[in-house]
Design a binder for this molecule. Structure first.
Ligand SMILES: Cc1ncc(COP(=O)(O)O)c(C=O)c1O
Length: 499
């Protein structure tokens, strides 16, 4: 039914709106929506007077309350205004106009401004190495992604609904930048039993993932020009963080036992007060740092008054051998800053990780966190706490451990079967990826292109090296691929390498 608006006499003014009595949308909502559309499309122009609610109710055969509810919503959102004694009018400026900027009216500077960057801004843009992520393909050996289709989302959803509805404090600022205390207690207990991390809940700081933990740690401990020792090859995310904040890097080579200590214990031109390592599953080689090296690293840190960052990003997934305690658990000297994340055991977009800090560092970390962004979102912290306490997390990890062990086995077998000695597999004891070295003359770029052409996504490991020129090494993530996809992907790569 078309809109019929008669404006000649306010008393007889009529507004006909086609309302549907059977619709699930309440009548007052239909009035609101139809009037709003007419205002937006100019059929009811600014300054237009509307019929009174009494007249509208009469015209549409609805109650006056229904008519008033429709008007009130439009009044509260700024589409209508009342003028005392004379009725209800369409506003001169409707809300959408206040939100929109006409590009023609924005002044264009006559000369383009080049913003002056801070030291941090400059080193970020000068040292930036884009992440070499496998391009989206049907079979994507990207690393770092868990098996999304195996997540216990039903339990997660139930807890989300529970806390969304009725948890006090879930929506407000928290006064504690260290995080939701019950979650900190759950994490401390979880780390004690599963990672032999020795800590109290008071040492745990909930943070937006490992990268934010690294960023905050660097800001607090490193001045431009300080040297940070890192594994080489190592995690690009950590390297970018240190470089962006002006640190110089000392690369420590890696072998089958993990990071090598010789450079640290030798003659050093400058003191080193921070070392970044991934002992449970060296990234990307996959080596597990041996116990003698763990003890040597801790002894070195103590003797040199240095701190060690232990990034324990995917240690939950260990498939053979006896678990070696975390560095933090072996430490006698408060030398270890332990970083963990829920990105691998749950999902990366959760953006929740944790730091376990030596007690002396807690106050400054709490202050920095408050300055930077107050704290992590509370709703997810409440949900995660119950998720851990109800046993879902560890049950999920146990299930994923056998799922990933099977997928890893399928990958290793497929590489042996289809590539033989053209593929050397490194670091297959733990984690969610293996490093594979191909014996080939084909460059990494060409291999990535050719694999993409047959629907396979590959990630070169070259960017994880401090030196340039390393080729033929690829990081194979397998956690989010079915056994069939894994085998098919390897067969397609084998066809390229056998050409
Ligand atoms: C060595 C290492 N640390 C940490 C992470 C995860 O970081 P976040 O917790 O910020 O997601 C990754 C991701 O792939 C990683 O490779």
């Amino acid at each position: 039914m078309p809109l019929f608006l008669q404006t000649t006499s306010p008393l007889s003014m009529q507004l006909v709106l086609p309302l549907e009595n059977d619709s699930p949308v309440p009548l007052h909502r239909q009035i609101y929506e139809q009037l709003r559309q007419r205002i937006l499309h100019g059929q009811l122009p600014p300054g237009q007077r509307l019929p009174s609610t009494r007249v509208l109710a009469h015209t549409l055969s609805i109650s006056r309350t229904t008519a008033s509810l429709g008007y009130e919503q439009l009044l509260s959102e700024g589409y209508l205004q009342t003028r005392s004694g004379s009725g209800t009018y369409v506003c001169d400026q409707i809300p959408e106009q206040l939100l929109q900027v006409d590009p023609l009216k924005v002044p264009v500077p006559s000369t383009a401004l080049v913003p002056r960057l801070s030291r941090y801004g400059k080193s970020l843009s000068e040292n930036w190495i884009p992440r070499d992520e496998a391009r989206p393909q049907a079979i994507n050996f990207r690393y770092g992604s868990p098996a999304f289709d195996a997540l216990p989302l039903e339990q997660w959803r139930r807890l989300l609904v529970r806390h969304c509805r009725c948890s006090p404090g879930v929506l407000d600022y928290s006064r504690d930048p260290l995080g939701y205390q019950p979650l900190r207690e759950s994490i401390a207990r979880y780390l004690n039993r599963s990672r032999a991390v020795r800590c109290q809940a008071d040492q745990v700081l909930i943070i937006g993932g490992s990268l934010q933990a690294l960023d905050l740690t660097t800001r607090i401990l490193i001045d431009p020009g300080d040297v940070v020792a890192v594994e080489d090859p190592g995690y690009l995310g950590a390297r970018n963080t240190f470089l962006s904040q002006g640190a110089d890097l000392l690369g420590l080579p890696v072998d089958k036992e993990g990071v090598m200590m010789e450079k640290l214990t030798g003659q050093l031109p400058r003191a080193i007060n921070l070392v970044y390592v991934t002992p449970s599953h060296q990234f990307p080689s996959g080596a597990v740092l041996s116990l003698p090296r763990r003890l040597a690293l801790l002894a070195w840190a103590k003797a040199n008054n240095a701190l060690i960052i232990e990034d324990d990003y995917d240690s939950e997934y260990r498939y053979s051998g006896r678990p070696i305690p975390s560095l933090q658990g072996l430490d006698q000297g408060n030398s270890v800053i332990y970083i963990g994340t829920f990105s691998k055991v749950l999902f990366p977009s959760l953006r929740i990780g944790y730091l376990v800090l030596p007690p002396d560092l807690l106050p400054v970390f709490a202050q920095a966190r408050w300055v930077v962004d107050r704290h992590s979102p509370m709703l997810e912290q409440y949900v995660l706490r119950d998720f851990i306490e109800e046993g879902h997390l560890e049950r999920h990890i146990r299930r994923m451990r056998s799922l990933y062990a099977e997928r890893r086995h399928v990958l290793v077998e497929a590489l042996h079967t289809h590539l033989g000695n053209r593929a050397i597999i490194l670091g297959e004891e733990a984690g969610m990826h293996v490093l594979v070295r191909f014996q080939t003359q084909i460059s990494d770029e060409v291999l990535i292109e050719q694999a993409a052409a047959v629907g396979v996504g590959l990630s070169s490991a070259a960017i994880n090296y401090l030196c340039t020129g390393v080729t033929g090494e690829f990081i194979f993530g397998y956690a989010d691929l079915t056994p069939e996809q894994i085998v098919e992907g390897v067969i397609r790569i084998a066809h390229i390498l056998h050409r």
